[in-house]
Design a protein around this ligand. Sequence first.
Ligand SMILES: NC(=O)c1ccc[n+]([C@@H]2O[C@H](COP(=O)([O-])OP(=O)(O)OC[C@H]3O[C@@H](n4cnc5c(N)ncnc54)[C@H](O)[C@@H]3O)[C@@H](O)[C@H]2O)c1
Length: 260
Amino acid sequence: MRYAGKVTVVTGGTKGIGEGCVRVFVREGSQVVFCARHAADGRKLAAELNQAGPGTATFMEADVSKVQDVKQLIEETVKKFGRIDCLINNAGWHPPHKPIDEFSVEEFRSLWELNVVSMFAACRFALPYLRKTRGNIINVSSLVGKMGQLHATTYVATKGAVTAFTKALAVDEAAHDVRVNSISPGNIYTPLWQEAIDAAPDPRKCRAEGDAAQLLGRMGTAEEAGLLCLYLAAEATFTTGVDHILSGGAELAYGRKTRK
Ligand SMILES: NC(=O)c1ccc[n+]([C@@H]2O[C@H](COP(=O)([O-])OP(=O)(O)OC[C@H]3O[C@@H](n4cnc5c(N)ncnc54)[C@H](O)[C@@H]3O)[C@@H](O)[C@H]2O)c1
């Protein structure tokens, strides 16, 4: 077991990449606390994983857009398990694609609260405990935070901020032996990706283009994202302030850029 006896907090752990992290960490012996807004999914996943072990899964209902919920998630975790070794800030959203003219300022603000402020708040509340365990933080950013993406100004801005914040926090927290890293997934097949497929005018074409965007010819899996996070938490002990691309080679080589 690669993370036995360690306590891990995962935000947004009922689906997709967060669920991948929860499954992998429990399988490697960690006591995992995860949150989401919908309690039914969370309780179901926790029951399944507690039966399988060897770690444990505890679900707490929380909307990370609400600072009070984030605070409670961290405090309840410490009350129940006495420590935190790893915080994975995963909860986030990619709104449907549209040009800047169709985004309101309010939409940008609310995405910023979800994708950036929630991460800041969770780090802020968890750090006093992470310093005691010399633990680590993993922020889920995105490849498009570096590359840009068509009709996704608000999302790309939030993920650029996640990567930059990660580096600045790593600089400060090194004094406490707390490592802070980010992962930047490219296309990982999750319910969020399926939403984009369903909303596309030609869903089959959308899925095929999603697969073809990678050198490896497929999207990544939530399990593969969980395994990268486990490596960062358990084994990458000399790694801090690094953004880890998980993309199947999507960003390499020239590709068609114009739509003409
Ligand atoms: N799937 C991809 O290709 C991809 C690529 C790059 C980055 N990401 C990032 O990875 C993270 C997870 O994406 P995903 O594709 O797994 O998404 P998803 O929609 O499949 O799952 C998101 C999870 O977060 C939870 N969540 C959403 N809003 C929440 C809130 N306000 N409070 C608490 N929980 C909330 C959901 O319940 C769910 O468990 C996001 O930050 C996303 O931006 C995803």
